[in-house]
Design a protein. Structure first.
Length: 280
């Protein structure tokens, strides 16, 4: 009988890997993950995984302690952190997705290694069907200019996969995805919809503050209250969670066609809340 070489003890150093493992039915093989995984994968909060440092700050002692036979990490890396992972002696799968196709490939790779290729294929097809369904609903709609940022200081545009989701949601991404932008350049592009999804900020991006500090008051998106915050894990976790981000983008770009989505906050809503609080 051939031996089963499927990893039985996996350390996940990135939320995307944890989400993918859970989605293909292999969550029980995760013996350690990061505190950030708990923010995007509810199963982590209910389980007993060891918490370890992430892909940016990995420590070999933590990895060795849980005796894994596979470590999964993803960008962003530090050279030192990669060295720490390699010195742990465990097999290492390193991911660096940029596009939706890259993400599908990563899902297929993880599913293949975990001996669940059919589950991986089904997951990819589910994501593709949902994206194409939204695309079909927006095909005949106007395509407003959309700027989406993943960090504020310095200002960075969101990744290429977010630009692809914006296209499917019926918008036109302005600027260069994944590249640092000058606030003046974004203002000159005059986006009609502005979205902030800062890494690690959840849904707490201070929309009023960034508009004021950047001098964006005359921007079309601002003038028409088309400024939004989307939970960062919905757009910055290259995993099935992107489908939630897709629906949030569609609701922001075409609010008359798509219903209000969880994880989406409009600056107009914040203004109303602020006025209500001040009146108490």
């Amino acid at each position: 009988m051939p031996s089963d070489y499927t990893p039985q003890r996996v350390v996940s150093l990135q939320p995307s890997a944890t989400v993918i493992l859970a989605a293909i039915g292999k969550f029980e093989h995760i013996v350690a993950c990061t505190k950030y995984c708990a923010e995007v994968c509810p199963q982590v909060r209910r389980s007993k995984q060891v918490m370890v440092a992430d892909s940016w700050t990995a420590k070999r002692e933590e990895i060795i302690a849980v005796k894994p036979d596979l470590v999964i990490a993803a960008v962003p890396y530090q050279e030192k952190a990669v060295a720490e992972i390699l010195k742990s002696g465990a097999r290492f799968l390193g991911l660096a997705p940029k596009t939706l196709n890259d993400i599908y490939t990563d899902i297929a790779a993880i599913a293949g290694i975990m001996n669940a290729p059919d589950r991986g294929r089904e997951l990819i097809e589910q994501m593709q069907r949902e994206i194409e369904s939204v695309r079909a609903q927006t095909r005949t709609l106007p395509r407003p200019r959309v700027f989406c940022e993943e960090w504020g200081k310095p200002l960075f545009a969101s990744q290429p996969w977010v630009a692809e989701l914006i296209d499917a949601a019926g918008g036109k991404f302005v600027g260069d995805p994944g590249v640092q932008q000058a606030p003046e350049t974004v203002l000159a592009d005059d986006p009609e919809v502005l979205v902030a999804a800062w890494c690690g900020a959840g849904d707490r991006v201070p929309l009023d503050k960034i508009i004021r500090e950047r001098g964006w008051g005359e921007m079309g998106a601002v003038q028409h209250n088309r400024v939004y915050c989307i939970r960062d894990d919905f757009l910055n976790t290259p995993a099935p969670t992107l489908i939630a981000g897709l629906h949030a983008l569609a609701a922001a770009i075409h609010p008359k066609t798509f219903p209000q989505s969880p994880g989406l906050r409009c600056i107009a809503d914040g203004d109303r809340q602020g006025r209500a609080q001040r009146s108490l």
